[in-house]
Ligand binder design. Structure first.
Ligand code: ATP
Ligand code: MG
Length: 356
């Protein structure tokens, strides 16, 4: 197969880990006889410096004419003092909106070889296999108005939580489809005892559930979900929730089984290309030190092969290679532990390629 991939390294360690994904994809291409064409675009702080905007039109065009988008990370202290519309993170919000990436998928899986890097006991996390589905283009992060204001002469502020019913429908339906291919359980997370939006969310989930007799639907309040995820994470299969709850819970889920540097994500749209990125940020504290863990980015590339290109065997080849390298004891600094071989970013990339 021939595929065009837009590559947006972004800032900080984004550039370092993207290099790993590209090299691994090239190795997969050679082994399975595929041609991957990579075209590079700018996003985030790097784009602000070069073009005065965190998401240049050029980058958007490149993404729209590609079969999939690989993104590293954006942000860094250099741009922290900028006004909100000139922050690297704006580039991310904008690309999600423009590519209509309505759902973000984050798998969290137990790695037996990393059980010593989790803050939780092995009995609690052994066998965890959860897929978080977060609504990505609606809710509080996009609602208008979002501004400073005045009330009775006092400073005040308003943020708006807005959803169209259809926006809830498509993401919850996706969760049911995904659950059907997994263990057949959907946990829908909301705050229906307080929020009107959550009450509608629950109705929509119930409606969809009628069409999926093979999937069990469970509702959970978000505060309880935050606790259950630590207390008994094994109970979860697919978890679906709105934008802000999902932002918070998916970071929580990420620490269950190891480092931020291990976890990939996929963002899904209805029509255009999907976008794949590690869940971690640009990690300015380790930028340029050849210390970043490239595995989250490499596993994001594996998700791309599976979800965008239907290359199941190729995706598994990458995942197996990563597992073997971890089992063999290779560790970047973030997942280092006593008695293991500590390696740099580039050494880790080489190990994965060699194992492939
Ligand atoms: P963002 O706001 O973009 O989500 P953040 O401030 O939440 O960023 P990260 O950039 O993800 O944070 O970094 C959080 C911590 O995790 C840092 O100490 C960073 O060095 C570490 N970290 C993040 N990603 C990796 C990685 N791939 N390998 C090693 N360490 C990492
Ligand atoms: Mg973060």
């Amino acid at each position: 197969m021939k595929k065009r991939i837009a590559v947006l390294p972004g800032d900080g360690i984004g550039k370092e880990v993207v290099k790993g994904a590209i090299e691994v994809l090239q190795a997969v291409g050679e082994r399975f006889g595929h041609q991957f064409y990579f075209s590079y675009g700018k996003i985030g702080g790097t784009a602000i410096d070069a073009a005065g905007t965190p998401l240049p039109d050029e980058t958007m065009e490149l993404c729209k004419e590609s079969d999939a988008v690989l993104l590293g990370a954006v942000g860094g202290p250099k741009w922290d003092q900028q006004p909100l519309h000139l922050r690297p993170e704006r580039g991310l919000l904008k690309i999600r909106k423009e590519l209509n990436l309505y759902a973000n998928l984050r798998p969290t899986q137990y790695y037996s070889s990393l059980s010593d890097t989790s803050p939780l006991r092995k009995e609690v996390i052994e066998g965890v296999d959860m897929l978080m589905v977060r609504e990505l283009t609606g809710g509080l992060y996009f609602g208008k108005p979002s501004e400073r204001t005045q009330q009775n002469g006092e400073d005040a502020v308003v943020d708006t939580l807005f959803y169209q019913k259809e926006e809830m429908h498509r993401v919850i339906k996706l969760a049911f489809e995904l659950a059907r291919k997994r263990r057949g359980k959907v946990t829908s997370v909301d705050k229906a005892n307080v929020l009107e939006s959550s009450r509608m969310w629950r109705e929509v989930a119930e409606d969809i559930s009628n069409q999926y007799p093979d999937v069990v639907l469970e509702h959970m309040l978000v505060d309880n979900a935050a606790m259950q995820m630590i207390k008994n994470p094994k109970q979860f299969d697919v978890v679906v929730t709105e934008n802000m709850f999902g932002d918070i819970l998916s970071d929580e889920a990420s620490v269950l089984t190891g480092s931020l540097g291990m976890l990939p994500s996929a963002s899904i749209s209805e029509n255009g290309p999907y976008l794949y990125e590690p869940i971690h940020g640009s990690a300015p504290d380790i930028e340029g030190k050849n210390a970043a863990n490239p595995i989250a980015m490499i596993l994001s590339a594996a998700m791309m092969l599976r979800l965008s290109f239907g290359m199941e065997e190729e995706a598994e080849a990458i995942e197996n290679a990563v597992n073997q390298v971890l089992d063999a004891g290779y560790r970047t600094r973030d997942i280092a532990s006593f008695g293991k071989k500590q390696v740099s970013t580039s050494e880790m990339i080489e190990e994965v390629k060699a194992t492939l």
